[in-house]
Design a protein around this ligand. Sequence first.
Ligand SMILES: [Mg+2]
Length: 279
Amino acid sequence: MKKILSFDIDQTLNVAKTPIPDEIADLLISCLRADFAICPISGQKFDQFLIQIVNRLVERGATPVDLTNLHLFVAQGTQYYKYETPGKKLGPVELSVTKPTDKYDEKNWKQVYSYPLTDDQVKKIATALETAAKELGFWEEDKLQKGDTIIENRLSQVTFSALGQNAGTKEKYAWDPDCKKREKIVKRAKELAPEFDYEIGGTTSINAITPGMNKVFGMTHLLEELGAKKEDVLYFGDMTQPGGNDYPVKEMGIDTITVRSHEDTAFALRGILGVTNNL
Ligand SMILES: [Mg+2]
């Protein structure tokens, strides 16, 4: 019996870069209440986890008690946040005194760990990605919205988003549907700065990390933090093919469900909750 349900975000729980739909929010709340630990792992930053997942769960009725089963593995799991509720010492065991009537407060998210890149590493990666994209004619600076950037330092990784963070979903889907442009950029960037790993994710993104700082790093820490074994976890992702950013999780031996979209994920979650309810 799985105790932990772990998810990629973009195209697994949502339409890339958008908040999760009602159906997914409601299913995740049901999973939290069925006492599954829910662990999203994605290359996104913490504020995107709040916008895309947490705020939606709260809007759909998740309580602080529910949120204590939610564990956020930000920037591919190189940062971990959990929702802390007021507790007080009562003898040897710390008991939570959270009541269902307590109000959700964003300030109660606590960073448990963080492993940032150094300034020098960030500079090297940014230069390699920009040079590669420019050489190949894929540097689309003219298409950026005001104030947006192609390369972003997400502390534990550097992310290339071909059309910027704020481009329209349609444009993003159309830019590189077969991943061919990004495969070329990755190949060239790897020649320019071989000491880093480059992974294709989302619709227009490449995540650059130091070797080993991928979802395996996140998943390994997840197991440690939650005191769990590999077989306790079921992982959902849309990029489980070799080279995809969900592949390392599958390769390390975690049971994985490959989905094409959040509709597939919803279908699988309904099955899991159905089975659980019948036990
Ligand atoms: Mg994805």
